[in-house]
Design a binder for this molecule. Structure first.
Ligand code: ZN
Length: 86
């Protein structure tokens, strides 16, 4: 039974990792520079320093992190929410 449940959960993890984007393209609101950033999957990143102009990016009001505000994809916790996983 233990082996069976292990198989099931690793299959679920596989599907999760396929569906959830962990990399996002952040666009700096100041200089419009685009940078690809690896997102932390277990936490929200509130600040990000633009590699081009040094601007400190902060989430907009109502957003949980810089990715939700400035990136082309939502942060992993939000993606999980949308998929109904968490
Ligand atoms: Zn910038």
């Amino acid at each position: 039974m233990k082996i069976l449940s292990y198989k099931t959960s690793s299959k679920l993890l596989y599907h999760m990792s396929k569906q959830i984007q962990t990399k996002a393209t952040l666009t700096c609101p100041k200089c419009q520079y685009k940078q690809t950033v690896e997102m932390p999957t277990n936490a929200c990143q509130h600040f990000y320093k633009c590699q081009h102009c040094g601007e400190m990016l902060k989430p907009k009001e109502g957003d949980c992190c810089v990715f939700c505000s400035y990136a082309d994809s939502k942060c992993p916790p939000k993606q999980e929410e949308a998929l109904g996983i968490s």
